[in-house]
Design a protein around this ligand. Structure first.
Ligand code: DGL
Length: 289
């Protein structure tokens, strides 16, 4: 087990590994960089198995454990951020047991949303997997029992975020269709973005919602809370301002090659990831759903 407290202060032994099925974890990267710009980050996405929201629970559990296991050998991280609600609401306990590193997961921000809503009616926008998980139901019962939660599962919105970051265009009409069940609720005042892909489209979502005449909603995601938790764990371990090891390269690992015309490398550069690496052995011959 890597012991954060046993390494010398200020210089982390390994970077922070941020993992998702696709580009969604970049919204968490953004929050981490805002909080601690010098943090050495490595990004990884299991793009061969994207989207996670449509996978069976048993398959997904095994997949996340094996891909993250292999990334740990390659990257030797100090801490892992499982920047995916769909995977975190399913695999967190097993992942923590199996990798024996500090793992910070991302789950829908139901508690903070329940604290800030005035009307008591809250939208939960997440993948179909996340909205149907017992873990999500437990969060609602525990922290928002007196609120009405309107659940909207959308795998399409995940795809749209991927298209957007790969340089494609997204149509307002598509966003409006996804938001329709929330726009039909006049009392609703708060929307939880319960998928890390969605904050990447938040300005577009807010704009199209407001163009319908709906009152401005409070949008809430887990990015800032995750960044606070990572900083707290690092502070507890004695790293108040960790620096990158001198040979550190901010890589992005993929499990499948990108399409030749994809503009994702340019988007990754904007988030500070200058080099793409392939994690071998995880490309899928057949699509799994
Ligand atoms: N970004 C992910 C999440 O937070 C998952 C998207 C997907 O692969 O379906 O749930």
């Amino acid at each position: 087990m890597v012991d954060l407290a046993a390494t010398p202060p200020t210089q982390l032994t390994g970077p922070i590994l941020v993992f998702d099925s696709g580009v969604g974890g970049l919204s968490v990267v953004q929050a981490l960089r805002e909080r601690m710009p010098s943090l050495p980050l490595v990004y990884a996405c299991d793009n061969a198995a994207f989207p996670y929201g449509q996978k069976t629970e048993a398959w997904l559990k095994e997949r996340v454990l094996s891909v993250v296991g292999s990334l740990i050998s390659e990257v030797q991280p100090s801490l892992i951020v499982l920047a995916c609600n769909t995977a975190s609401t399913l695999t967190l306990p097993e992942l923590r047991n199996s990798c024996r590193l500090p793992v910070v997961g991302v789950v829908p921000a139901i508690k903070p949303a329940a604290l800030i809503t005035r009307s008591g009616q809250i939208g939960l926008l997440a993948t179909c997997g996340t909205v149907n998980r017992p873990y999500t139901e437990k969060l609602i019962n525990e922290f928002a029992a007196d609120c009405e939660i309107i659940k909207v599962g959308s795998n399409r919105l995940v795809e749209l975020a991927e298209i957007y970051l790969a340089g494609g265009k997204i149509a307002d009409q598509d966003l409006l269709e996804i938001l329709a069940p929330l726009l039909a609720e006049p009392r609703l005042d708060t929307v939880i973005l319960g998928c890390t892909h969605f904050p990447l489209l938040q300005p577009h979502l807010a704009r199209v919602a407001e163009q319908t005449g709906a009152p401005p909603w409070q949008w809430i995601d887990s990015g800032a809370a995750i960044a606070r938790r990572v900083v707290q764990l690092l502070n507890d371990a004695g790293y108040s301002n960790p620096s990158c090891p001198t040979h550190f390269i901010p890589n992005c690992w993929l499990t499948a090659p990108l399409a030749t015309d994809s503009q994702l490398p340019q988007s990754l550069q904007l988030f500070g990831f200058s080099q793409i690496k392939q994690l071998t052995g995880f490309d899928l011959k057949e699509p799994v759903s």
